[in-house]
Design a binder for this molecule. Sequence first.
Ligand SMILES: [Zn+2]
Length: 599
Amino acid sequence: MVTWKWTLTGFLLLSFGAVAQQPTDGSLSPHTNPARTAQAAGPASPESSSAQAVQPPPTTMDQVVDRAIQREHALMNFLKSRTPLVETYLQNLKPDPDLGAVPKEDHYFLGRIDLASVDRHDYLSKDENFEKNLLGGFIKLFRSEYQPMGFSWMIFADRDDFGRIHYDFKYSHREFAGDVRCLVFDVTPKKDAGKGRFVGRIWVEDQDYNIVRLNGIYAPRPRNAYFFHMDSWRLNLVPGYWLPAYIYSEEGDFSYGHKDKIAFKAQSRVWGYNLRQTGKEDELTDVKVDAVKDESPAAADASPLEAQRQRQQQAEYNVVVRLEQAGLLAPTGDVDKVLDTVINNLIVTNNLVLARPVHARVMLTTPLETFSVGNTIVVSRGLIDVLPDEPSLAAVLSHELAHIALGHNLGSKFAFSDRMLFTDDKTYTNMGFRHSPAEETAADAKAMELLKNSPYAQKIDTASLFFKQLSARAPQLQALLTTHLGNSFVTGKGELIRLATLEGTGPALDINKLDQIAALPIGGRIKLNAWDDKIELSKSAPVAIVTARDKMPLEVTPFFPHLARMNAAETPAAQKASADSPVDSANTPQHERLNPGTR
Ligand SMILES: [Zn+2]
């Protein structure tokens, strides 16, 4: 039996944002130094470091261009054995008299790409399907795609022909991108360079001359393909290399009298560069189970109840490890601790007695979902991104905690190792943690009771607004609200399924009330390390909301990451950025984003 030593923490009633900046044990630093982790993780780049060492610094802009071209080819070479996950979430837009462009419908794509085989011909295929042209056939949900995927145009400027033969480079100006001094060049394809060439701007950092940002489009457009404007960001996550991590795409013009057929905003994220490569479809992934500790008293056989609990714990461990291997679950880290604190607050104030501690983990995907397996509660990154504050986070967690408290244990079939033998792309078909409607109803009732006894009881209005917002936007955001492993929050028609009693409480949803923040835009809270999948809470300062159009609940917004060199992680500037003053979102309308200063 575990001894209970829970204590209430000091930041019990602070906003989520404030909690984020004050982890319980002050151990944020190990995860904010990607240099250390990347070096530990392996393939540093002797090739790049030594190559850089022998080359004298360029003295002309022409030499800078040559170095940038050379580094781009080195990056392609470095990544060619990698099969990262790529996720794209896209919202089609329609004009709204009050809010400007609002989502009309949405699409979600998740898969793995083989960077060895992408080339510029992928996106020049004859397929007329909109999505296929946008994503090069990348349409199946979490399917390992080892064929060319057509993503090259988003990840590299030109996979095949990036060089002076096909392009002209014109120096524009110097500019800081975050902490990184950059030389900015305009890139245009030469006459007769062929279709689908990059036209736009590149940002080249001034130390090793890697491209850190690409902004532009591909032209001219072939007859049967669409190209879209994109803003592609790279992060220095491995010594000497800047890895493609975030891509924002946008098309459409809603100015008066203008009629665009296609209007959308899309966020693409790349991660899992350093995942073990399970490789081909027929290669099965085995799960080691020997790390589960036997907690039964020494030299004693397990009692029937203990045996049952050990089996559930085994299953929980198997599932967590398997999801991590598939690149769907972040490694344990500080975001888990924030979630654990909120869970703890619910447990302690309700005097819940549980057989084992409950812990939270974060799934790396965008669709809003939660589920629990054994005593592990899993929350998606997208959901954490859009939750407006700590009480709404508590409401979401309370439902899963209720399942655990009521003994609604799912997934114990995964205690059998053979059930863990499947390829990564089959994760969503082989796993599932959905409860019956009866268990859902019971968990909701228990969750309301847990919330009522908790410190969040007085601030539950924002949670009720959050669920009202989900319900209001559900018909347009079905992809975002389609769960893959857990139970749904709402029906496609907008009928609230989860915690439906919250809908009847609190104020009415009113987009024009600026002090009402029901849900945040997507992508503002969690920063994902594309190399090792570690996550941390974003350090952006809150931005005041001035008009209803600033709210953008559950909407796609542009990426604007703060670029920094790996070894600069512990500079005074980086420390200053993390010392933002906590602001209670219940009183001050705010958005937290990747870089508020650039809006
Ligand atoms: Zn449930």
